[in-house]
Design a protein around this ligand. Structure first.
Ligand SMILES: [Zn+2]
Length: 79
């Protein structure tokens, strides 16, 4: 029997369709009886969607910021 922690571990594979049919069915059955995991899966779905949409822009911003912080830290040390 699938438990909540199993679903947590398999959630991304489940959404990608990377699981064998037997496992998919087991997870699906758990989702039917467990509202908690349904919400969890829903959250993951929307997170993946958001990340996919935002990633290119976001990544560039983060890298630039990280570099700026690093440079700032370096220059502060030398002061
Ligand atoms: Zn559950």
């Amino acid at each position: 029997m699938i438990q909540c922690k199993d679903l947590t571990e398999e959630a991304s594979d489940y959404l990608d369709g990377d699981l064998p049919l037997r496992k998919r069915i087991a997870l699906f059955v758990h989702l039917v009886i467990c509202r908690c995991c349904r919400n969890y899966l829903q959250q993951i779905r929307s997170t993946i969607k958001t990340v996919k949409v935002l990633q290119p822009k976001e990544k560039e911003t983060i890298d630039t910021q990280a570099l700026a912080h690093k440079l700032h830290a370096l220059s502060c040390k030398h002061d």
